[in-house]
Design a protein around this ligand. Structure first.
Ligand code: CP
Length: 317
């Protein structure tokens, strides 16, 4: 595997989940594979789970790890070509990327959407430059439009917890005080569309996602109707995708919060969220603390999704 930025890069999803569960059962089986190899993790944005789980995954494989927080201690980076660099950005990504590539064998990049220029975000300009200029296999630790390590962990979690061959999975928009990217919901939809699950997306009018991600999903504007008979509720906020409102908050309507009343409409569904989550905005305390909440096993599987991807990349060096 030379790059991992989208669902297609994982290949056969059933094979990938099987491999992931084998790794989970014996996560030190390949501790020699990464010997004398270095992973460089580059963060343009904050992280708790991705940072810790990916580092742990690389360590399980015997790798050395370098972590760079671009906004803390490095030179401020210019990302656009053609800019006259007379401002506070001292280094261009076009030099920084190949230099970083000199010091490592694999690169993980986190770079969120700016949410002001839809074309720039959906062209994935930052991670695409890493793929083009680093000379190293590159994987996404959440880019502007997708979060594939999260979605792979979500898929592993659903496969572990499902009690029906073809569960009903409902992704619901929920309110949040800040404008968030569409990366997690886009990516979750992309991965769910690889499966044969009954997949439903519910959100208020105006929050339609890019149809190239939502694909075969049933769009249901009535949240309560969407929840009926669900086996998994996947909550997430996102900002508007459609023009002229790209990147804007259109609603903070608390009526969309995931509450126990709504969970009672489901078929005893499991509650999922990628975390971090705003309690009593996205989900009520009682739902996230209930036995049906699987947010912690879901986060734990981030180590497994990362290890599967890094293992495949090491095998291709
Ligand atoms: N879910 C997730 O990616 O968490 P972090 O932003 O903390 O890495």
């Amino acid at each position: 595997m030379k790059k991992f930025t989208c669902a297609a890069d994982i290949g056969d999803w059933r094979k990938a989940v099987k491999e992931a569960l084998e790794i989970k059962a014996n996560r030190f089986a390949y501790s020699e594979l990464g010997r004398n190899r270095t992973l460089m993790m580059i963060f343009f944005n904050s992280s708790l789970r991705t940072r810790l789980s990916t580092q742990k995954a690389a360590m399980n494989l015997g790798m050395n790890v370098i972590v760079l927080d671009v906004n803390q201690g490095a030179w401020k980076l210019e990302t656009e070509r053609g800019v006259i660099m007379d401002g506070d950005k001292a280094e261009h990504l076009l030099e920084a990327i190949p230099v970083m590539g000199c010091y490592c064998d694999l690169i993980g990049v986190r770079s969120f959407a700016g949410l002001t220029d839809k074309n720039a975000d959906y062209e994935e300009r930052v991670i695409e430059q890493f793929i083009r200029y680093s000379g190293r296999p590159v994987f996404s630790m959440e880019a502007a439009t997708r979060h594939p390590l999260q979605s792979f962990a979500d898929l592993i979690t659903i496969e572990e917890f499902k009690t029906k061959e073809r569960p009903k999975v409902v992704m619901t928009w929920a309110p949040h005080p800040r404008a968030l990217p569409q990366a997690v919901p886009n990516s979750f939809a992309e991965w769910m569309n690889m499966t044969d699950y009954d997949f439903v997306i519910t959100h208020p009018h105006g929050y339609e996602l890019d149809p190239s991600f939502t694909g075969r999903a049933k769009i249901e504007y009535d949240q309560k109707k969407a929840f009926e008979g669900a086996d998994f509720i996947y909550a997430k906020n996102w900002s508007a995708y459609t023009d002229p409102n790209y990147g804007k908050i259109l609603s903070t309507d608390r009526a969309w919060e995931v509450t126990s009343d709504k969970m009672a409409l489901t078929d005893n569904a499991f509650f999922m969220h990628c975390l971090p989550v705003r309690r009593n905005m996205i989900v009520s305390d009682d739902v996230i603390e209930s036995p049906q909440s699987i947010v912690i096993p879901e986060a734990a599987n981030r180590e497994i999704s990362a290890q599967t991807v890094i293992k495949r990349m090491l095998e291709s060096l």
